[in-house]
Design a protein around this ligand. Structure first.
Ligand code: CDT
Length: 317
């Protein structure tokens, strides 16, 4: 029989600096309608879907950037998305910047994804763990990637939730390049990982990687899916945004590691696949039967060590 879930990867084309939340939410709702016509039950939007990718600019006073962050979700501008999704009976996963003020008055700035069920219930929120880029202004660059200035790295790790008839986890953009992200969720039986991203094609520290952006994007998600027996939904914000060319190539990857659907454009586009969550067991119960084959007792460096420790020089041992 199978446990089938029809998923839509709702790729967005560029969101420019002056595009209002209202305009962007209108585009998100259009994609919901495309999904509804195709029987989609879960729509996944990209990282920082409501705004342009603002870490490409530096401001000396971070308070000047507060308008890029959401202080409440939903608010008056995003409520129409929540209302329409609920009316259509479609769940969604939405990436945005969050400015949290704790009851004690501390302020936290997070890069988050929210997961909402088909009946409008908020299932969970994921906070981005691996924050790439740099902390300070780097004037020599053609554009900044100052995510480490704008966002705290999450201390909350990679939880999973029972939702959509399966076990669902999330990660955001750079998290997809790290095998630990998938394995943390794999060890909780994840069957569907939702990942929004914004990946500039030009990688300033090493431009030789530019031509490989599409290859690396697929490589990490296909490997993570296969090695953990899970579906992975990767959703881009693509196209030329404020002069920066970003990778599209949103795709849905099966637990076999095969790409079953992929975006053909770098614009607003819904990529749809009917995902059989029971397919995961074929990998989880054979080659990647963790209980039978994993050897955590010999993987101690994975959690006890951060950087590389080289072996002693020859002759000094
Ligand atoms: N948004 C995000 O995490 N982008 C990174 C770009 C890395 S270059 C500083 C990515 O891994 O795609």
């Amino acid at each position: 029989m199978g446990r089938f879930l029809t998923v839509g990867a709702a790729q967005l084309g560029p969101v420019q600096r002056d595009d209002s939340r209202k305009e962007v939410v209108g585009r998100l709702i259009d994609l919901l309608h495309h999904g509804h016509r195709q029987g989609v039950e879960l729509v996944v939007y990209p990282e920082l879907a409501l705004t342009t990718f603002f870490p490409r600019w530096f401001v000396d006073d971070i308070a000047e950037a507060d308008h890029w962050y959401e202080a409440a979700m939903p608010d008056v501008e995003t409520q129409p998305l929540f209302d329409e999704a609920r009316r259509l009976g479609i769940g969604f996963c939405l990436g945005y910047a969050e400015r949290e003020t704790t009851p004690g008055g501390d302020v936290h700035r997070w890069n988050v994804q929210l997961l909402v069920e088909r009946d409008g219930t908020v299932i969970g929120k994921f906070h981005k763990v691996h924050i790439p880029g740099h902390e300070r202004h780097e004037p020599g660059r053609p554009f900044q990637h100052a995510e480490r200035y704008y966002f705290e790295p999450s201390p909350y790790g990679f939880p999973v939730w029972r939702a959509f008839g399966g076990i669902v986890g999330m990660m955001i953009c750079n998290d997809r390049r790290w095998p630990e992200s998938y394995r943390e969720m794999g060890l909780q039986g994840v069957e569907l990982i939702l990942c929004g991203y914004n990946t500039p094609i030009h990688y300033v520290p090493d431009p030789s990687q530019d031509i490989l952006q599409g290859f690396h994007n697929a490589l990490v998600m296909q490997a993570g899916a296969y090695q953990n027996g899970t579906w992975v939904v990767g959703v881009a914000k693509g196209g030329v945004e404020e002069g920066v060319d970003s990778l599209g190539q949103s795709c849905i990857v099966a637990p076999s590691g095969q790409i079953v659907a992929q975006a053909l454009t770098t614009d607003d586009e819904l990529v749809v696949a009917r995902c059989d969550l029971d397919w995961c067991a074929r990998y989880k119960e054979t080659l990647f039967d963790f209980t039978r084959y994993r050897r955590p007792e010999v993987y101690t460096r994975i959690t006890s060590q951060r950087g590389v420790v080289l072996p002693p020089e020859r002759g000094t041992r």
